[in-house]
Design a protein around this ligand. Structure first.
Ligand SMILES: Nc1nc2c(ncn2[C@@H]2O[C@H](COP(=O)(O)OP(=O)(O)OP(=O)(O)O)[C@@H](O)[C@H]2O)c(=O)[nH]1
Ligand SMILES: [Mg+2]
Length: 201
């Protein structure tokens, strides 16, 4: 499956602002600065369709992107990618944090198009309690998810394998439910695209 066209649809806070798209949503969650917006750009093969920043807290709204793809039989496939604001950003008020919680839980609960979440973690860090809370929420809500350990360009190949194994145990994941990714090196795209394709059927 390959992306042929992508465009920004809209930003939203509340469910009544979500675009009424007829396709499956695949959403990206994770701590601030983990690389969600970068991953959306990498997957869509665009430089800056999603805004990226070295400072945490760049994405503040729920951002919807329309995507057209071609499957291996050259048929058109459509989906909506959703870039969500990050959690775990320390320099944020309690009010802002509560707003984030509401935005995410509203999206998870109300968006009937949602059929898969890509949960990003930083491959360099050992299991994070906030990531654990997010993964447990996905498990409890029975939302299908893939954990993507990003910034893998920072580690050697053997260390990547080791870290993936550790996170799999720590987060109680199934085999194949965690993959490595790098927006910098553009690696791991196929694993993620294959998983996304499996969510469209
Ligand atoms: N080395 C490396 N850096 C990355 C990678 N992905 C993202 N970054 C960098 O990490 C920083 C944060 O990236 P973003 O994509 O804005 O992160 P985000 O998760 O969308 O952050 P918020 O919008 O604040 O939630 C930027 O400086 C990126 O250049 C990667 O795969 N490898
Ligand atoms: Mg972002």
């Amino acid at each position: 499956m390959r992306v042929v066209q992508s465009s920004f649809n809209k930003s939203a806070v509340n469910p009544d602002q979500y675009p009424p798209t007829p396709f499956t949503d695949i959403a990206f969650v994770g701590k601030s600065n983990v690389g969600k917006s970068s991953m959306v750009n990498t997957i869509l093969n665009r430089k800056a369709i999603a805004k990226v920043s070295g400072k945490p807290g760049k994405t503040r709204l729920v951002n919807f992107f329309d995507v057209r793809l071609k499957n291996d039989d050259n048929q058109d496939v459509f989906l909506t990618l959703v870039d969500l604001p990050g959690y775990g950003f320390a320099k944020v008020s309690k009010t802002a944090r509560q707003l984030w919680k509401k935005m995410i839980s509203n999206y998870f609960k109300n968006r009937i198009q949602l059929n898969g979440v890509v949960s990003l973690i930083d491959i360099r860090h050992k299991a994070d309690s906030k990531d654990k809370v997010m993964i447990e929420m996905l498990q409890t809500m029975k939302i299908p998810f893939l954990v993507v350990a990003t910034k893998s360009d920072k580690l050697t190949k053997s260390k990547i394998v080791l870290e993936l194994k550790k996170r799999r145990t720590e987060f109680g994941l199934e085999a194949g439910q965690i993959v490595a990714f790098s927006s910098l090196k553009k690696t791991g795209i196929e694993d993620v695209m294959n998983w996304i394709e499996s969510r469209l059927k």
